[in-house]
Design a protein around this ligand. Sequence first.
Ligand code: UDP
Length: 474
Amino acid sequence: MSLVKSVQVAAHRAARLEQVIGDARQARLVRAAERFRARLGERTVWNVSSTAAGGGVAEMLQVLVGYAEDLGVTVGWMVITGDAEFFALTKRLHNQIHGQAAGGPLTAGQAAHYAQVLAANAAELLPRIRPGDLVLLHDPQTAGLAPALATCGARVAWRSHIGVDWENDATRAAWDFLRPYLDAADGYVFSRAQYVPAWVPRRKAWIIPPSIDPFSPKNQDLDGGTVRAILATIGVLEAGAPGGQTAFVRGDGGTGAVTRPAEITGEGRPGPIDPLVVQVSRWDRLKDMPGVMAGFAGHVAPGGSGYLVLAGPAVTGVADDPEGAAVFGECLLAWRDLPAAARARVLLVTLPLEDLDENAAMVNALQRHAAVITQKSLAEGFGLTVAEGMWKARPVVGSAVGGIADQITPGTGILLPDPRDGAAFGAAVRTLLDSPGQASQMGRAAQDHVRANYVGDLHLIRYEQMLTALISEC
Ligand code: UDP
């Protein structure tokens, strides 16, 4: 069985972006693609990541690779394979880059395992990549491939989708481990300038914020009836809520329908007009789902209205996220410990991942139905869920950490200076629940802000600039 799998992505018609970004931005995108095709010649742009599903990297690649293909750029996406030990240690690196020391530096044995797994994957990648090809490696899971790929003549850029704006022993330990591999890269991409570690040569550092796709099943317009029907189908809204169509447009343009239920832990179910406070995240400690629950139970539920919905992927579903089941278990324990009155208004939801478009439509419906969206992360590379909520004109309460602080600008949501301050979190949520007028004004400003800053054309143009520089330096 091969370790490296090619991911086939549905074509995404770039021309339709014009409805969202206008003709001037559309024309700029088309010109950039023409220029880039000419520079690229016979070369291929390869993306290499560690999962095709679940989490922000996969979410973006599905879309960007689809648009790039439609724009005539030769682009591929390959996913490596690792075992549980490999993903446990790369998760440690991920947490360290976020400044979390848990587990300490990797042992010599773990370092050897990392090298061994990536050497086996590299052996399968190398025959597919030609000298001069451009390779974008994503995140710590693939960083160790850089020397082998550079040796075979590819131009290699490594993209970190994570980071913090400070350093500590944990971040230094991660970079000390990764740097001997990453020194072989020709370019380094970070979501924010503050994330670039001191050892990266400034002229090789590129800042490319993530983006969302307005037409993906995750973000496309759904009318209110469809939203409610989807939420009733997955079991979030009480049985007896009006039925109806659960249809959405798939990534490949076909029609899909939400048919699978979610797994739900909850005693009560909201009715169709009860306000929902929603956080969608992987089951990751840094997303602080238990903190959201405690903030809601302690500072919103008493005297306030609404239900809290904490939603994430099915816990066995995300291959490169081995902590998911444990963190979900911690959430279950915290939920059981809630005071009875609050517990009746908190739902833990795991969304099936068998059909990724269907999963995305479920997230879409949850975000659209939310009165308030939260992202109370303790650390966050960018926080795509924030842009997704803002795009749906929802007011977002987010921690002032990482990319969330860039996304929520004054008037477009509420930033929490201290992510651990449950009282401030509760007060922000209450303000928005109690003032629907202010909340919807904020939501509209949020949508404009995402349109201006975080739609895929900008992302593709920044990639074009970075990859063109890699070619020029050959
Ligand atoms: N997501 C999803 N299904 C889920 C949970 C999350 O599609 O059940 C998506 C979410 O909508 C977002 C991505 O996973 O697009 C998470 O990206 P983010 O940048 O917020 O965090 P990351 O997981 O990359 O740390």
